[in-house]
Design a protein around this ligand. Structure first.
Ligand SMILES: NC(=O)CC[C@H](N)C(=O)O
Length: 500
């Protein structure tokens, strides 16, 4: 029977996901069978498992850090916001329906039993499960029906480590306030405090650590310095911190349009590994300039995003970049945006009915009520690539060329075409998320952009993305081993820490 440890935060973006990934790596390195778990995720950035189930992205990189294949049971509930009020509710990898916040709050008690059965199953299969909370456990208006923080800690009977972000300021108040807003039995679960994203002199911090320990009766088990690691983050809180400027020391300028409902922005993480590439995100009001490759990413709401692009004047700007002879690349929602028309008669995504797209690809998209979630293998020229599809839209290609030939979907051999390429070959659209993670094909595409600029091609292919990520997880584990009292954390996991 496995053991549990839960990481909760004093706020969103305090570093819970990364900490869970790092602890998964530490335990994995120590030879334990460890699995990440988050009962409920709210994110547009999702992933498709080998079985074709959809789950949150954070548990995917945590699973990689733990050295295991992502499994939908690691994230039973995924909420994908479709508008400011509604979310698509995904349970165990499949869409249940759209609900607003009140409907979901009413529905939650039905989930408790299911989640707890599933959790027991996972405990049987693992030595340790590291759970991640959501936001803060002190949302006192919602706590009666909580399944994400203390509600889940109770189901799992998990000791909790509370992480707080010192970079934001107010760290002691947020720790003290969070702990004191909890009920006594919840408070008793908190066995350690971690201060994250610290920059500065630890000698100055030390007296504060002692004081917060005395005030709360909870030991500080570590202070983690601010570190720059290229590790996938789950939601667009991370996107607001990304680079918005071209790094002129790099030969190729790749610009990704930051759509309002951007999904799967992790599609572009592997591009950061390339020595000749600068990746920047373009928000409304930013200069689009003249990028060598302009990328339109996925979108949870393509119709809303075409209106968003038009309102920001980015539609004209994207056409200008095309006229300048640059490459335009659309993935999923981005592919749909490039087409002539978007039709949503059943109001799957929005109430807008039919809208004109950017008109750069002769394709049109119809939104359907059934969602496609597949892991695929495909052929592009002589490259075999892998990727995954997550979409409700179906796109009819009137161009002469497709982008890829799909050869297997969810492990079953198939033959169908994906995507489209324009006549001038400079506009490319595909449904394949994760396409840039294919190192060999990625280099070919980058070389095409180099040739267009008269630059010589680079033959050397960088290390496979999964190897690069593995190195990053090891670095993260080193950072935690240096700055956390790992032995004490093991005692906490084993519930050997004496009661306060
Ligand atoms: N992942 C995406 O980009 C989805 C695109 C679009 N919203 C669809 O469902 O078809």
């Amino acid at each position: 029977m496995g053991k549990s440890l839960m990481i909760q935060g004093t706020a969103s973006d305090s570093g819970k996901s990364i900490l869970v990934a790092g602890l998964c790596r530490v335990l994995h390195q120590d030879g334990l069978k460890v699995m990440p778990f988050k009962s409920q995720n709210m994110a547009l950035n999702s992933f498709i498992t080998l079985k074709g189930d959809e789950m949150g992205r954070a548990q995917v990189f945590q699973a990689e850090a733990a050295g295991i294949e992502p499994d939908v049971r690691m994230n039973p509930v995924l909420l994908k916001p479709t508008s400011d009020r509604k979310s698509q509710v995904i349970f165990n990898g499949k869409v249940l329906c759209d609900m607003d916040a009140v409907e979901y709050h009413e529905f939650k008690p039905q989930l408790v039993e299911k989640i707890s059965e599933l959790y027991q199953e996972l405990l049987q299969e693992n030595d340790v499960i590291i759970l991640e909370g959501a936001g803060s456990p002190a949302e006192i208006n919602l706590n009666s029906r909580d399944i994400a923080n203390m509600g889940m800690a109770k189901i799992a009977d998990a000791p909790v480590l509370l992480v707080a972000d010192i970079d934001k300021g107010g760290v002691f108040a947020s720790i003290y306030g969070t702990i004191h807003l909890l009920k006594p039995e919840e408070r008793a679960r908190i066995k350690g405090i971690i201060i994250n994203k610290f920059r500065g002199d630890i000698a100055l911090l030390d007296p504060g650590l002692k004081m917060i320990e005395d005030l709360t009766g909870v030991p500080v088990v570590g202070v983690i310095p601010y570190a720059q690691l290229n590790i996938e983050d789950e939601d667009s809180v991370a996107l607001s911190k990304v680079n918005r400027l071209y790094n002129p020391q790099k030969a190729l300028d790749i610009a990704v349009v930051a759509l309002s409902k951007i999904s799967n922005f992790t599609d572009f993480n592997s591009l950061h590994m390339e020595p000749d590439v600068s990746v920047r995100y373009v928000f409304p009001g930013d200069q689009l300039g003249s990028p060598d490759i302009l990328i339109l990413p996925g979108s949870k709401n393509t119709l809303e995003d075409i209106l968003y692009l038009k309102k920001a004047g980015l539609d004209h700007e994207i056409r200008r970049v095309h006229h300048e002879g640059k490459m335009i690349f659309g993935i999923c929602g981005g592919f749909q945006l490039l087409g002539n028309m978007l039709h949503d008669p059943a109001q799957v995504e929005s109430v807008h009915g039919s809208l004109e797209g950017l008109g750069l690809l002769n394709v049109e998209t119809f939104f359907e009520t059934e969602k496609v979630t597949t892991r695929v293998t495909a052929q592009i020229g002589d490259d075999q690539v892998s990727g995954y599809e997550i979409h409700m839209g179906k796109t009819i290609n009137h161009e002469a060329r497709a982008f890829a030939k799909i050869t297997a979907a969810n492990g079953i051999t198939t033959e169908r075409l994906d995507g489209a390429i324009s006549q001038d070959r400079r506009v490319i659209g595909t449904y394949l998320h994760g396409i840039f993670d294919n190192s060999h094909w990625r280099r070919k595409l980058l070389n095409q952009a180099r040739s267009a600029r008269g630059l010589s091609e680079i033959q050397e292919v960088t290390i496979p993305y999964h190897e690069y990520k593995s190195q990053q997880y090891d670095k993260l584990a080193d950072l935690l081993r240096e700055n956390l009292d790992i032995e004490r954390i093991y005692r906490i996991i084993n519930q050997e820490e004496s009661e306060r």
